[in-house]
Design a protein around this ligand. Structure first.
Ligand code: ACM
Ligand code: ZN
Length: 511
């Protein structure tokens, strides 16, 4: 069992408890060996301010000014062999020091400190200690499906705070699917006028995020060292877009919508793909991705999973295209489709693209990140030289029920995914050769929301398993003990609840 007397989550690389204690019942003065950006200072002050007992504040001074700092921040790229996101947090009886290799390392050390303050509780004392920490994986993500059911901007920001508290750093945002389109696209207004809405329980249900709201979320997340990655699904999972713009389907016929419910958009037609041969489809999707690239400053996820390619068989244009390209299968046509969009992402927009894999092969561009969800594809993709996000559904799909007793509330095909199994997840597939292991970037834990109707249900589904996932991604593998984790989890849940309860809104950009 790894020794973690401080009860931190996720478990740090190492922690050592020293003699003595530091009292937290006083105003805190922060100083740094190099100037911090004003918005970082505000955030750090706020994090500490909310964690400290009432009546005590945290203040930052850019220059030492003769005053001894309670919290001394030292940016030092040399510590921990210069690893990214690394820090050493030292608590002495009269001062706390944080040395960090980069801003993310500083932020995570602050998160650990906030936990230590929360754990101290009414005693108002933190044991003197040294905590050395850095993550095992660089890509530690959560995927939110806002298409099947919609979440408010306010809830997403709150969730970003929770993700940051457990040191997750990627929010993959599933913004469109058969059942709804959520991203405002200025060039195609019917996406938000039509595709964002349906009838549910006799009411108009839906919503969308304006470009300003999406920008705001990106900024809010960025300050908390979380990168937001939009997903625009193609060539399948697009019925809502086809209801709004039926000219993008193979038949071009208007599409009927079912009476109501989350799958109303596919009740009548089944699932349809975009036509793979109409130039207007590519103009549309390129425009959508270009608008997204102006809002989101990192990767672009272009979907690619579960394409109903058999629907292309009846389309003269798609059939003619296959003949022209010498392509025999719909799988190859899907790859051809996705590769054009990949080229737009890389060559025109200068962004790496990510694709769900339903069978990676030699046609998949080498510089495309492969997002694996079937059990064996992470290893296959890594061996083919791709960078891989391993979201093996058997281990990390949070829409699956956590207990046998909950199984009857979910569709039959869902597996049971207990907390303990998530805790033991390893993104690096067993047996993957050492030379290919470096291709595993990490993982994302998705929540698909067909059966998750609102934010309350979402939280129940996501927690506490996302906390176990965060530890699986961050912490060293050796010495893992689920029993020991459960003790820390209990403490964490009690204390973070307190931290979230105190004081008003978290600072940052607000809508
Ligand atoms: C997926 O679960 N269809 C990526
Ligand atoms: Zn077609």
């Amino acid at each position: 069992m790894q020794d973690n007397p401080l009860m931190l989550i996720p478990n740090p690389v190492s922690c050592k408890v020293d003699e003595g204690r530091l009292s937290i019942k006083r105003d805190w003065f922060l100083m740094a060996n190099e100037p911090l950006l004003p918005e970082q200072v505000t955030l750090l002050q706020d994090m500490l301010g909310r964690a400290l007992p009432r009546d005590y504040a945290a203040k930052y001074q850019a220059m030492p000014n003769g005053h001894a700092a309670n919290l001394l921040i030292q940016m030092d790229p040399e510590i921990c062999d210069g690893k990214a996101e690394a820090s050493i947090l030292t608590v002495k009886s009269d001062q706390i020091q944080i040395a960090a290799t980069d801003q993310a390392g500083l932020f995570y050390a602050m998160q650990s400190l906030v936990q230590l303050i929360g754990i101290a509780g009414p005693s108002g004392e933190i044991p003197c200690c040294t905590v050395t920490d850095y993550p095992r994986y660089a890509w530690r993500g959560f995927m939110l499906d806002s298409a099947r059911h919609f979440q408010s901007v306010q809830w997403i920001k709150r969730h970003i705070d929770r993700m940051a508290a457990i040191k997750l750093n990627r929010l993959h945002w599933h913004l469109c699917d058969d059942e709804g389109w959520r991203a405002q696209v200025k060039a195609y207004p019917r996406l938000t006028e039509v595709a964002a809405w349906r009838t549910e329980n006799g009411q108009r249900y839906g919503g969308y995020y304006t470009q300003q709201q999406m920008r705001d979320i990106v900024q809010y997340a960025k300050l908390r060292h979380i990168t937001v990655i939009p997903e625009i699904e193609m060539p399948g999972h697009c019925n809502s877009a086809l209801v709004a713009y039926s000219e993008f389907s193979c038949s071009g016929q208007p599409i009927e919508i079912g009476d109501e419910g989350w799958d109303a958009y596919k009740q009548v037609t089944g699932r349809l793909p975009y036509c793979a041969a109409k130039p207007a489809v590519f103009t549309f999707l390129k425009t959508v991705l270009s608008e997204m690239a102006q809002i989101f400053d990192h990767h672009l996820h272009i979907g690619g999973d579960e394409t109903p390619g058999e629907k292309w068989d009846n389309c003269p244009l798609c059939s003619a295209l296959k003949t022209k390209l010498g392509i025999k299968t719909n799988v190859a046509l899907r790859t051809h489709f996705l590769n054009q969009m990949h080229e737009h992402c890389t060559k025109t927009l200068g962004r790496q693209s990510i694709v769900w894999t339903d069978g990676v092969d030699e046609q998949t561009p080498q510089d495309q990140i492969v997002h694996a969800w079937h059990a064996h594809e992470a290893a296959t993709a890594a061996r083919l030289g791709h960078q891989v996000i391993n979201s093996n559904h058997e281990w990390v799909y949070l829409d699956y029920p956590p207990r046998d007793a909950d199984k009857h509330t979910k569709p039959d095909w869902m597996l049971v995914l207990p907390l303990e199994k998530v805790y033991h997840f390893d993104p690096t597939p067993e047996g993957l050769e050492p030379e290919h292991q470096k291709n595993i970037l990490g993982s994302e834990s998705p929540i698909w929301t067909e059966h998750v109707p609102d934010e309350k249900a979402l939280e129940k589904q996501v927690f506490p398993r996302l906390i176990a996932f965060a530890e699986a991604l961050w912490s060293p593998r050796w010495g893992r003990s689920f029993d020991e984790f459960k003790q820390r989890l209990e403490r964490f849940e009690n204390t973070t609840q307190n931290i979230h309860k105190t004081r008003a809104q978290p600072v940052g950009v607000t809508v």
